[in-house]
Design a protein around this ligand. Structure first.
Ligand SMILES: *[C@@H]1O[C@H](CO)[C@@H](O)[C@H](O)[C@H]1NC(C)=O
Length: 420
């Protein structure tokens, strides 16, 4: 732990500010992508709104950026800030060759992926995507009331459900069996519970397997290709691609796919919201993400570890980014950089003061304004700034700031902060 550009005065102020924000949850960050080249679902706006508010209103939740611009994926390094990519009924050739390559590299590096509904009907010119999502779309009978069987209640995406779940949705059928690529089923369709006029039921089961897959997850090996499993449906790389290794491999992060989510009503249903919330939380808890550990390899994708994650939500790149009401403040003073040690993480901290004031009047932490008073801070007058001084020792505790009040309370006490 090393603190740079922090004056002896600012350091306790910084502690004070962070302590005041101990209740703010450090959030992961997702990119919600809903570009459609083929069919466009009318429920996309409802879906995007719901995913964003689920992230905002739950703890742990997530910050989100919404995009329908394929060229976002073309930007080098752009995806690295996200802990997961959430594909909401993306359809057709949804990425350029370069964008697809960037996404594949993101997955190979341990990034997370969640596919929803028609996300299985996109990028079928990229075999690795088929292995990531698990299977490509085949067809669905008319939207219907159907009964789903919960296959694995130990998974957070379905832990809130009973043994069965009645839904009104499209029962997707797939061109291959997601289990052939190691996907673990959490939901299956009870085919006796709804009409499907397609007669080749046996053929269908042979392709997608039985029970009828509806939602599944996988940890690790996202793009692993198994030459002994011919699943078709675009998921088999061509021989020349295999030689060139352009088909992708590895990917030790987490993926989740659910075929549900056709209607606006489904997105307003609390059981469905619980399904999405549990699934995305699980994806975001992947240990392969940079945000999951202070010791994470910096080449890993994901938001920054700890409270720093929310500092990047205002990324100013023109995307439709979350603004969760942080005060916009015109600052007049210096930024306070916090060197988190081995990385170049910088919390968004600003000291604000009236013109000519020697002391700050307030502090802005990641966009939130906190009043500052030197009377609150005993250590503020201490001339000592050696590494052994109580403020710096306390600041050491901050590196492990995981938005828990306990850590901060200890830090604040050691520093001599008496009132918040
Ligand atoms: C679904 O919701 C969107 C707004 O989120 C609205 O524009 C659309 O008309 C709705 N469609 C139906 C069929 O209810």
């Amino acid at each position: 732990m090393k603190i740079s550009t922090v004056s002896p005065l600012a350091l306790p102020a910084l502690l004070l500010a962070l302590a005041a924000f101990s209740s703010a949850e450090a959030k992961k960050k997702v990119l919600i992508y809903s570009y459609t080249e083929g069919f466009r679902h009318y429920s996309i706006p409802t879906a995007v709104k719901t995913i964003r508010s689920l992230g905002k209103n739950n703890t742990p939740g997530w910050d989100s950026v919404h995009s329908e611009d394929p060229t976002d994926f073309n930007k080098d390094g752009y995806l690295d800030q996200f802990d997961a990519l959430v594909f909401v009924s993306v359809s057709g050739k949804a990425l350029s060759t370069k964008g697809a390559a960037n996404m594949r590299k993101y997955i190979e590096a341990g990034g997370g992926y969640m596919g929803i509904h028609e996300a299985c009907d996109a990028l079928d010119d990229h075999a690795w995507y088929g292995r990531l999502v698990g299977a490509y779309f085949d067809y669905h009978p008319e939207i219907c009331h159907a009964t789903l069987n919960v296959e694995d209640r130990s998974h957070p995406s379905v832990a809130h459900l009973g043994k069965t779940w009645k839904v009104y949705d499209e029962m997707y059928n797939f061109r291959s069996n997601p289990r052939d690529y190691g996907k673990q089923l959490v939901l299956s369709a009870d085919e006796s519970s709804y009409p499907d006029p397609v007669t080749s039921k046996a053929d269908r089961a042979a392709l997608q397997g039985s029970p009828h897959p509806i939602a599944w997850y996988k940890e690790g090996g996202q793009l692993d290709y198994n030459p002994h499993v011919k699943v078709g449906g675009g998921t088999d790389p061509k021989k020349k691609d295999r030689k060139k290794h352009v088909e992708g491999k590895g990917g030790d992060g987490r993926s989740f796919y659910t075929a549900l989510g056709h209607t606006n009503a489904s997105w307003r249903d609390s059981d469905f919201q619980g399904h999405i919330l549990g699934a995305l939380r699980w994806v975001l808890e992947s240990p392969t993400l940079r945000s999951s550990s202070p010791d994470a390899d910096s080449s890993r994708p994901g938001s920054k570890y700890d409270g720093d994650s929310s500092s990047s939500s205002d990324d100013g790149d023109g995307s439709d980014s979350d603004d969760d009401g942080g005060a916009s403040v015109s600052s007049s003073n210096a930024n306070v950089g916090v060197d988190a040690g081995d990385s170049s993480d910088t919390a968004s901290l600003q000291l604000l003061s009236g013109s000519g004031d020697a002391e700050p009047t307030s502090i802005v932490v990641n966009g939130h304004r906190v009043p500052y008073s030197s009377g609150n801070v005993h250590a503020a007058s201490s001339p000592s700034s050696s590494a052994a001084s109580p403020p710096l020792a306390a600041a050491g505790a901050l590196q492990r700031w995981t938005s828990t009040a306990v850590t901060l309370a200890v830090g604040a006490l050691a520093c001599g902060v008496v009132a918040l």
